[in-house]
Design a protein around this ligand. Structure first.
Ligand code: NAP
Length: 288
């Protein structure tokens, strides 16, 4: 693809950023659809965030993904944010429309699509969500249609607070509590879907898991949003138990696809993006 004076620039900002997968995924998609776009990674230190966003305006950068540590602090530099960003207090995507910067969060929609597109039934099901960090919050917010949601977190107060806010918003059963062997085992017994949104099992701690293999069953759907390694210990154990397993790469692709569609107004080439991500991940360690 030739870069010219008309090429639209997108990118990702974060710190650290060297291992980001986003340029790999988005440039593969732009090339596949012959779009005159290019995607770059920018290391932006926390103290330089405001200048970076002013730079986005000044340079006419068309779209940005935002990753740690800027997902919350970036909001105050944008012109508008959608209701999901307002609720979550974090944005991972910016669209520059003729100088007006709008913020979105595609993590929840990415998780929802990963579940649905991989055949998970959500309606009236019981979901056990492990974790109450940024990703867990986005996923919990997107799971409005499920019957019952239990959020367990190492820092129990965060899970309780999230459950209280969601219960009020959705008017349905959302319970929050501490993450322990007992609470996981007990809640897993009558759950249909298990989602790990903690960092447990992430490189370089590939051998760690919260869920004992004997607690897993063939009628469970298990999604581990950790995507490095591609197949986590939890995913391996769930596969061995005969459960339906959905990899974190799926959420990564679908949240990226949602950003891509905001920037280009074109349908994202999911298979091309998936192949690019898997190729990269099967090589050196990487992060979003
Ligand atoms: P975060 O906001 O820092 O939250 C981390 C979560 O992990 C918290 O709930 C934390 O519990 C929990 N945790 C960390 N270490 C733990 C341990 N040893 N035992 C039990 N719980 C532990 O991070 P995040 O942005 O939500 O990301 C979480 C994971 O999801 C990361 O691995 C990230 O790479 C992955 N992720 C994947 C995608 C995707 O597209 N697939 C998208 C976003 C994130 P406390 O609250 O008690 O600290």
């Amino acid at each position: 693809m030739a870069i010219s004076g008309k090429t639209r620039v997108c990118g990702v900002i974060g710190d650290p950023i060297e291992h980001t997968l986003s340029p790999t995924i988005h440039n593969a998609a732009f090339n596949h659809l012959n779009l005159d776009f290019v995607f770059l990674a920018f290391r932006v230190k926390a103290a330089d965030l405001e200048k970076a966003i002013q730079g986005m305006r000044g340079l006419g950068i068309h779209g940005l993904n935002v990753t740690m540590p800027h997902k919350s602090t970036v909001i105050s530099f944008l012109d508008e944010v959608d209701p999901t960003v307002k609720f979550l207090g974090s944005a991972n995507t910016i669209l520059n429309k003729e100088g007006r910067l709008s913020g979105f969060n595609t993590d929840g929609v990415g998780a929802l699509k990963a579940l649905r597109e991989n055949g998970a039934e959500l309606s009236e099901k019981k979901v056990l969500l492990l974790g109450a960090g940024g990703a867990a919050k986005a996923i919990a917010f997107a799971l409005a249609e499920v019957g019952e949601l239990v959020v367990l977190n190492r820092t129990a107060d965060k899970a309780k607070e999230l459950a209280a806010v969601l219960g009020q918003r959705f008017g349905k059963k959302v319970v929050g509590g501490p993450l322990s062997s007992d609470t996981v085992q007990k809640n897993l017994r009558d759950s249909d879907i298990l989602i790990n949104s903690t960092k447990v099992g992430m490189h370089p701690h590939e051998n760690q898991t919260i869920v004992e293999p004997q607690w897993l069953r063939s009628d469970l759907t298990v999604m581990d949003i950790v995507y490095n390694p591609i197949e986590t210990r939890l995913a391996k154990d769930a596969k061995a138990a005969g459960a339906k397993v959905i990899s974190g790469v799926e959420m990564l692709i679908y949240q990226g696809a949602a950003s891509f569609e905001l920037w280009t107004s074109r349908s994202a080439p999911i298979e091309v993006m998936r192949r690019a991500a898997l190729n990269r991940l099967s090589g050196a360690g990487a992060s979003k």
